[in-house]
Each structure stands twice: as structure tokens, then as C-alpha cells.
Design a protein around this ligand. Structure first.
Ligand code: GLN
Length: 188
């Protein structure tokens, strides 16, 4: 993966933290704001934030069609939290924009109002133990097709892989751990 450039969609949300983590992995990171920049990268992270806002901005700047085009050519994509929502084909009770690239049905803000955010110890297939920071997090209600569950928390699916795509309901960029980054970078 030396010489590879990873883009972080930098329209809204926690993109700077992903950039720092990628630098700690020793790869080139680029904040992506335009469709042209998508052409320059070898992999894309869609960060946490507000999925409706990120989705609207993505469409306004024509990034949606460019991301889909590059994904069809094999570009790996990883969505965290709001990014997971944007990758889903189905979002419970919502008509909001989504890229629809993963065979998952997500429920937004799914862990309940009384627990806005929490940390949990997770076990991830192929990676092992890792810490998960959940902030108004979604979970995955259902998967189908080629999608595979990589982690569950209290019986809820919180991490899924589908070919070169990854989705995490939690925020690895808010911990010191780089295990999931390395797993993603192996796809690049
Ligand atoms: N609840 C937010 C959404 O659905 C996601 C929260 C986050 O990314 N931390 O957009």
C-alpha cells in the first residue's frame, strides 16, 4: 500500500480524525471535496457526521455519481457511522439520499435516546479485539447477498464487509487503534 492515496470525504463530520489515523498508518491522505479529487485516490473513507447533510452536499457537488463510478471500477470504500448509513441500500423509515452500495438495512440512531454515546469492547472477525466508540450510532438490521457480518454488539450487527466495502457503526478514528485501518488498507 506504499504510494497509495486514501481520500476522506470532507464535506461535513469527523474527517480530520480519519486523516490523522491514516497518517499514523503511513499512507497518503487527501481531504476530498470535489468529484475530480475522487479520480486521484485509491480508496475512500466516508466519515461520521450527519448522514442527511453529507448526502445532500454529496449530490450538490456531483460526488455521488463519481463515487459510484469509481466503486464500479473497484475502488474500496469504508463508511463509519453516518458513512455506513450512506452506503446502505435500505434505511429504516427514511427516504433520505444514500449511495446504496451495500446490501444492508440500517436503522439510524438505533441504540436509543438515553444512551447518546458509549464505548464498548468489540470482537471483530479477522482483526480481534478493538474498542468501539458509538455516537448516536446506527446498527444493521439485516444483511443479504454478499454482505458479511464482522462484528456484533449485544446481538446487533455493527460492522459489515461486502467485497471491497466496509461499514462500521462506530468510530475507530476516535481511538488510538489502527487495526481496522490496516484491514481496510489491505483492500487497496
Ligand atoms: N445519527 C447520525 C446519522 O444517521 C450518525 C451519527 C454519527 O455519524 N456519529 O446521520
Amino acid at each position: 500500500m506504499a504510494g497509495k492515496k486514501i481520500g476522506i470525504l470532507a464535506l461535513q463530520g469527523a474527517f480530520a480524525e480519519h486523516e490523522d489515523a491514516l497518517k499514523r498508518c503511513g499512507v497518503d491522505a487527501l481531504q476530498v471535496k470535489t468529484a475530480d479529487q475522487i479520480e486521484e485516490i485509491d480508496g475512500l473513507i466516508i466519515p461520521g457526521g450527519e448522514s442527511t447533510t453529507i448526502g445532500n452536499l454529496m449530490c450538490r457537488y456531483g460526488l455521488d455519481s463519481k463515487i459510484k463510478e469509481m466503486e464500479a471500477k473497484g475502488m474500496p470504500i469504508w463508511g463509519t457511522c453516518a458513512g455506513m448509513v450512506l452506503l446502505a441500500k435500505e434505511i429504516v423509515d427514511s427516504e433520505q439520499f444514500r449511495l446504496g452500495l451495500m446490501s444492508i438495512r440500517v436503522k439510524r440512531n438505533a441504540f436509543g435516546r438515553q444512551v447518546d454515546s458509549f464505548e464498548a469492547d468489540l470482537d471483530v472477525v479477522g482483526i480481534g479485539k478493538t474498542k468501539g466508540v458509538f455516537i448516536r450510532a446506527p446498527y444493521v438490521e439485516k444483511i443479504w447477498g454478499e454482505a458479511k457480518v464482522l462484528s456484533e454488539y449485544e446481538g446487533k450487527i455493527v460492522m459489515v464487509e461486502e467485497g471491497k466495502k466496509l461499514a462500521t457503526a462506530f468510530h475507530p478514528e476516535l481511538t488510538e487503534e489502527l487495526g481496522i485501518y490496516k484491514y481496510f488498507l489491505d483492500k487497496v
